[in-house]
Design a binder for this molecule. Structure first.
Ligand code: TXA
Ligand code: MG
Length: 352
């Protein structure tokens, strides 16, 4: 495995050339995007794509996102583009929006897990764009973590999960957004958010009008539910090793419920970690717990950027249980809520 440090804003030509060569040879390159690190392979090479699934221990039934450098290249991977695809690509690309579209026949079936549709995006990261351009091919890339682990927001997270299973890692420092892209399905009767992410529902609604939210994570609270099956959107995902309990509700009552749970856990000799906002810290002063401070509750972009790294940090310190709360459903709050709900895998406490 080769590890190359690159300047995230102006990646060095030599490093990009070397990484692009690895892609062209059908091997795997982990690279930063604005959301999380991706584990990339030549999307047009079925053997290379198969290596991604093996490296991540990812089920072959879970389709990958194809990354292109320019919306002009959409036709290489998708067909019969609906009119919204044009409007959305002009408004949000490069950026953290993935569009699900009818799949071009030339795209290997392994990329889309045999589906007739393909998920595509243009990432807003100079390293990702330079790599795709230099490789001269669309790059299929899921998040560069082991299947089920929190997504990687630093090169170190990639190394911790994948090590020698990846051929080359481009280290461009921490990613900017820290949560994955929004996945929007344009192949149904109406546009449907399959996974909330870096582009908010509100921003999409400004362009598309009111939106259906499907998928597994957010469908149980707030918003409309389509009940559509979305491949790979498993209930438990993005999960730390410790068991995470997610408290949902009004802030003060939620914090009170967390304190009660904490008392119980400490009486059981459990070691406990907390994922909370700076404003919450004083509530837990004097408790023997490990606090991961996500930043001010008024800065959702900082909370999003720190969330996965904080889960990993608590795991590294060996806690048994993690307690966390949500930060509303507006803007990035919806994606944060979704990831915490999934990480909890059903251990959600509704505080009314
Ligand atoms: O921000 C991101 O999206 C990152 C970076 C690397 O681009 N990628 C990422 O990929 O999160 P992954 O594989 O971890 O998540 C892709 C999601 C999965 O939930 C998958 O089910 C969904 O996109 N997806 C992919 N192809 C699809 C399709 N044809 N139809 C419906 N959902 C699809
Ligand atoms: Mg993933």
């Amino acid at each position: 495995m080769v590890l190359l440090a690159v300047n995230p804003m102006q990646p060095e030509t030599d490093a990009i050339r070397q990484a692009a060569e690895v892609i062209r040879c059908g091997r795997l390159v982990a690279f930063p995007t604005e959301t999380v690190y991706g584990l990339g392979a030549d999307a047009m090479n079925p053997e290379a794509v198969t290596r991604i699934f093996a490296a991540k221990a990812r089920p072959a039934s879970d389709p990958l996102i194809v990354h292109i450098a320019d919306s002009e290249d959409l036709e290489r991977v998708a067909r019969d583009l609906p009119v919204q695809a044009r409007i959305l690509s002009e408004s949000f690309w490069p950026g953290p929006l993935t569009l699900v579209l009818p799949r071009a026949e030339s795209l290997p079936a392994a990329v889309t897990a045999g589906l007739d549709t393909v998920a595509v995006r243009v990432p807003a990261h100079p390293v990702a764009l330079a790599l795709i351009r230099a490789a001269g091919t669309p790059i299929a890339a899921p998040s560069a973590n082991l299947f089920g682990h929190p997504s990687p927001t630093t090169a170190q997270h990639v190394l911790d999960d994948l090590g020698d299973r990846v051929d080359l890692v481009l280290d461009g420092g921490p990613t900017f957004i820290g949560l994955e892209s929004t996945v929007l399905d344009l192949t149904g009767e109406q546009p449907t958010i399959l996974r909330p992410g870096g582009v908010s529902r509100e921003a999409l609604s400004l362009v598309l009008g009111p939106l259906v939210v499907g998928g597994a994570g957010v469908s149980r609270q707030g918003g409309h539910t389509s009940g559509l099956p979305s491949p790979g959107l498993l209930e438990k995902h993005y999960a730390p090793r410790a068991s995470l309990i997610f408290f949902r509700g009004e802030r003060h009552r939620t914090l009170a419920a967390m304190v009660r749970q904490l008392d119980t856990l400490l009486a059981e000799q459990k070691s406990v970690g907390l994922l909370v906002a700076s404003e919450d810290r004083s509530v837990f002063a004097g408790y023997p717990v490990i606090i991961e401070d996500l930043g001010s509750q008024d800065d959702l972009s900082l909370i999003a950027a720190r969330l996965f790294a904080a889960m990993r940090a608590l795991d590294a310190q060996g806690v048994d249980v993690i307690l966390s709360r949500g930060f509303g459903l507006a803007g990035l709050g919806l994606a944060i809520e979704d990831r915490l709900t999934r990480a909890a895998g059903g251990r959600v406490v509704e505080v009314s």
